[in-house]
Write a protein that binds this ligand. Structure first.
Ligand SMILES: NC(=O)c1ccc[n+]([C@@H]2O[C@H](COP(=O)([O-])OP(=O)(O)OC[C@H]3O[C@@H](n4cnc5c(N)ncnc54)[C@H](O)[C@@H]3O)[C@@H](O)[C@H]2O)c1
Length: 331
């Protein structure tokens, strides 16, 4: 049986596809290549270019392959963009996810792993943030994911859809083959490394007056391979008949923007000039995971808990791919 991976040509999706293939799973990728790269996929993986919410296409994929489960990465994932273009986010992330789930249920697929996010929590009341923390998203991106979580719960009750909703904190790092290559890039570590490489003149730091130890925003960085491993474990959990779950994925340790810059200077040996900018709307001050539930239930243990080792893997990939992936002529 096969696993449908939507958004499998994207950053976290491609690393997960790589791991699934290594473990002998049959993988089918569906991606519109809006933000993904055909070159990020291993040779021989069946690829469909299209929308996750295209009912006819998903029905065709289900007819052509014996689908067991779906891992749904496909989404737009920029907080700032979601504040400016909320409808684009609700249509792409929420409405398309609903159509995908409907098509899967019609095809008899009842195991679903969902890329959720710590953005469902909004500005936290307690840090580290446990899964039962109130969900009060601070931006349309977080709401677009929270709606899907609600849909999944309803479909579990009504249709027996079993799901694992993985609320990732900040994905970072790379494997030897796959890394982070977005255009535009809004994530901190790839931008820090672009400055280190001389591709950007300086790093803008958004906000110096957050209520954190040095005034810059604090995030929990989790290695992309550790995220991929959690997806594999979630699949096994569902395969073994496990019930639906919401799980945080993070290292449980926060680093400020200034700490990331300092560590990147040490790892790269480069200067990395910075410039202060105003806060970005919708950015909470402090996001750190309490991920004990994922460790307990899935037996998940991050292999790259240290920021320096996460940045080292991203830097290695950047040096090997200074211009990112080869551009797909079809994009
Ligand atoms: N990167 C992070 O730190 C982070 C944190 C929390 C959650 N997430 C979630 O993880 C998932 C993957 O994130 P990423 O960083 O790899 O992003 P990405 O942009 O690299 O990957 C997303 C992929 O989905 C594809 N896509 C988007 N909308 C689609 C649609 N409607 N139909 C088909 N394909 C579509 C894109 O082309 C891209 O290849 C997203 O759902 C994101 O919201 C990411």
């Amino acid at each position: 049986m096969a696993i449908l991976v939507t958004g499998g040509a994207g950053y976290i999706g491609s690393v997960t596809v790589e791991l699934l293939v290594q473990r002998g799973e049959r993988v089918i990728v569906l991606d519109n290549l809006g933000r993904g790269h055909r070159a990020a996929l291993p040779e021989g993986v069946p690829f469909y270019r299209g929308e996750a919410g295209d009912r006819d296409l998903v029905a065709r994929i289900a007819r052509e392959h014996d689908l067991e489960a779906c891992i749904h990465f496909a989404a737009l994932a920029y907080v700032g963009e979601s504040v400016e273009q909320p409808l684009r986010y609700y249509v792409n992330n929420s409405a398309q996810a609903m159509m995908l789930i409907e098509s899967l249920l019609e095809a008899g697929v009842r195991q679903f792993v969902f890329s959720s996010t710590c953005a469902v929590y909004g500005e936290p009341e307690t840090v580290p943030i446990p899964e039962d923390h109130p969900r009060r998203p601070a931006n349309p991106y977080g709401w677009s994911k929270y709606f899907v979580e609600q849909v999944l719960e309803s479909c579990d009750r009504a249709h027996g859809l079993r799901f694992v909703a993985l609320r990732y904190f900040n994905a970072a790092g790379a494997t030897d083959r796959c890394g982070e290559d977005h255009d535009p890039e809004t994530h901190l570590i790839p931008n820090v490394l672009a400055v280190a490489l001389g591709k950007l003149p300086f790093l803008p730091i958004f906000g110096h007056d957050y209520p954190t130890h040095d005034g810059t925003a604090v995030r929990d960085y989790i290695h992309v391979s550790d995220l991929a491993d959690a997806h594999l474990r979630a699949l096994v959990w569902l395969r073994q008949g496990g019930h639906s779950l919401f799980l945080n994925l993070g290292n449980g340790k926060g680093y400020s923007v200034l700490e990331v810059v300092r560590t990147a200077r040490e790892v790269t040996g480069r200067e990395i000039p910075t410039r202060w900018e105003a806060r970005r709307p919708g950015d909470p001050s402090h996001l750190v995971a309490d991920a004990r539930r994922a460790r307990r239930i899935l037996g998940w243990e991050p292999r790259h808990p240290e920021l320096a080792s996460i940045i080292e893997t991203a830097w290695r990939w950047r040096l090997a791919h200074p211009d990112g992936y080869p551009k797909d002529p079809a994009r």
